[in-house]
Unconditional design. Sequence first.
Length: 128
Amino acid sequence: MGAVGITSSVLAILVPGFSLTASLGPIASIPVAGAVVSFSMFGGSLVSARLRKRGSMLKRPTVKTMFKRTLAGILMGLGALLIPGGNDTLLLIGLPAGAWQAALAYGLFVATLAALIVRLGSIAKAWT
């Protein structure tokens, strides 16, 4: 167990109601917060792409691309419904608490990614 897991376990014991996302609640309740976050993410993506060597280019998606991405979004949404909280909750709260559901969900998550990498390959590159 790494330092993050130990810290999370200590927090879970000392402050039972602790949540990583609890501090974001007051920010998310601001009416324009969603729009600001969306705009910032989109703008940051454009700036990041522009700073890369190839730059960025917006193009109209094909029907096939829209279908594939819509299907992928639906699958991601269904996954989020089945495993509420995401990776941070699984790793920092579920596993240290000994929840078998968290271990099962994380194991399935890792197995699915491994199967996809074996089947489709990986475009990951070393950072160095």
